[in-house]
Ligand binder design. Sequence first.
Ligand code: HEM
Length: 126
Amino acid sequence: MNNYSTIYEAVGETEGVRRIVEVFYPKVKEHPLLGPLFPEDITPVMDKQALFLSQFFGGPPLYSDQYGHPMMRGRHMPFPITPERAEAWLDCMNRALVDLGMPEELRLFIIERLSAPAHHFINTDD
Ligand code: HEM
């Protein structure tokens, strides 16, 4: 994080968050445990995720401005989120950050921050 006060600033604000989302979702789509959960056209999910992550990373509340209170666990309830899927999601994110050449310290910090919600969204064992 060095001199930055938020992850949002450290990754390069809105454009940086957008780049993460653009490298992350192709990996999600290709993942055998994750891909089938997502719609054919992933663009709307990418757009929402870019808004949400900007806010989650300490930037402007872009998601809430447009969609109201995130209630992210609730929004994931229609989908079977197993422990394996949570790990797969985090692994796709980790590989996206590696591909983007993110400094290791920042990458590990981001993954640690995201692992809390990822595990919180688990709603089934199978
Ligand atoms: C734990 C593993 C996860 C799985 C398997 C998963 C899966 C999904 C699926 C299937 C959707 C809905 C796609 C659709 O609209 O049809 C979705 C939406 C979304 N996910 Fe996840 N997700 C996971 C973790 C996370 C995490 C950790 C975050 C952020 C911290 C996140 C943020 C979002 C957002 C912002 C949306 C869009 C919500 C909306 O419709 O407004 N997800 N996710």
